[in-house]
Design a binder for this molecule. Structure first.
Ligand code: TTP
Ligand code: MG
Length: 396
């Protein structure tokens, strides 16, 4: 499909996203040529989708409490030991009342909650629970996109269960998870992934929240910008400095202004603050890599200054890999560097384990290519291709 130049760039982007949603058309919007746009009405108003985002409540801790009822009502965390510089993977809601959080040093968590019971993770149990949950989802739709062991998107637009009501399906799914798996889950129901994911947090734990198509506009307008997918702490702080704390504030920015401040991501922001997200639920999504990266408020002046941030990134990477249960599929390690002049380089090597020393070597090699201050650092792993499908197939 070829369309002539649209009235402006942003409507083009939305238009093509719509076009893709309607026609299942080209994935790479940028390769599509524009002609004048006079889309038939069906292009502009596609049938609203029904997306459920389902997310288990304090997943690892819930599985542990299920298996040891004596833990019920007590503050429980799952993670590394305090005396071994361990980190909290998650904790139950009792522990959250004391301010304990995921990714917090266990030592700090115990300071905040002296009665905290800290258990080591038992990944195999979490995998089994995951598989059970995925099987429940699959009873409703084939369009299931797992995001991690305890989180998935379901596109139930064409599902006939519960008279086609996504609200009732979500309720039923959650009841089945409670009955069959013995833990609770929360759900968000909305016409797109972005809104469904935010909505699943609304009535956590053990709750759900529905955002009807006609409610999306008001729901998104009131959202804090930090809730937006892709807006991390640094971008949120920048937006706040620029006077935008809610999505409604950001709607007064033109596409050009957003692009000037945020580059390509500006286009995405333009759409998100209007509640537009046409990403499909991809049941066959392959995860080929996992990475973490950080753009620093101030450039890191030299190689020595990169050492501590690299350590932090590697620690985050370990957690993310763990969370996706992907450690056994690692085949390469990668480091990404963006220099002050925006030149970017990536270095990789073969490897099956995440070792800080190896990432330091890669950093040295990459840094030598630029020899100037660094804006952004990234650390990642590539997963074996054959196995990467299996990795998501953990649930099957
Ligand atoms: P989450 O769904 O983010 O958290 P959760 O299920 O524990 O709690 P919530 O009720 O807020 O959804 O993550 C799912 C599991 O992934 C979690 O139980 C433990 C693991 N995890 C980590 O190992 N490290 C992390 O930093 C996070 C956030 C999660
Ligand atoms: Mg969860």
């Amino acid at each position: 499909m070829v369309c002539r130049t649209p009235p402006n760039r942003h409507s083009g982007s939305i238009f093509f996203a719509l076009q893709k949603a309607v026609t299942g058309g080209p994935r790479r919007f940028c390769s599509v040529k524009y002609e004048r746009v006079h889309p038939p009405l069906s292009f502009v108003t596609p049938r609203p989708r029904k997306i459920i985002h389902c997310d288990c409540d304090c997943f690892y801790a819930a599985v542990e409490t299920r298996d040891d009822p004596s833990l019920r009502g007590k503050p429980v965390a799952v993670g590394g030991r305090a005396d071994q510089r361990g980190v909290v993977a998650t904790c139950n809601y009792e522990a959250r009342h004391f301010g304990v959080r995921s990714a917090m040093a266990t030592a700090q968590a115990v300071q905040r909650c002296p009665d905290l019971i800290v258990l080591p993770p038992t990944m195999e149990k979490y995998r089994v629970a995951s598989r059970q949950i995925l099987a429940i989802y699959r009873d409703y739709t084939d369009l299931v996109e797992p995001l991690s062991l305890d989180e998935a998107y379901l596109d139930v637009s064409d599902a006939r269960h519960c008279h086609g009501s996504a609200t009732l399906m979500a309720r039923e799914i959650r009841a089945r998870i409670a009955a069959d798996v013995g833990i609770t889950a929360s759900a968000g129901i909305a016409p797109n992934k972005f809104v469904a994911k935010i909505a699943s947090d609304w009535n956590k734990p053990d709750g759900q929240h529905v955002v009807l198509p006609e409610q999306v506009d008001a729901f998104v307008a009131a959202l804090q910008v930090k809730k937006l997918f892709g807006v991390g702490a640094v971008t949120a702080a920048k937006l706040n400095r620029l006077g935008a704390s809610t999505c409604a504030d950001l709607r007064s920015w033109s596409l050009l202004e957003l692009q000037q401040h945020f580059g390509k991501f500006g286009t995405r922001l333009f759409e998100l603050v209007r509640g537009i997200d046409l990403r499909e639920v991809c049941s066959d999504r392959e995860r080929k890599s996992i990475s973490v990266e950080e753009t620093y408020n101030q450039d890191l002046p030299d190689l020595a200054a990169c050492a501590a941030p690299m350590r932090t990134l590697v620690e985050q990477l370990v957690l993310r890999v763990q969370r996706n249960d992907a450690a056994r599929f690692i085949c390469k390690l990668t480091v990404k560097i963006r220099f002050a002049d925006f030149r970017q380089t990536s270095v990789e090597c073969l490897g099956t384990g995440i070792e800080l020393q190896t990432f330091r070597h890669l950093l040295e090699t990459g840094f030598a290519r630029g020899m100037q201050p660094v804006r952004l650092l990234g650390a990642g792993v590539r997963l074996e291709e054959e196995e990467s499908e299996q990795q998501l197939g953990l649930f099957e």
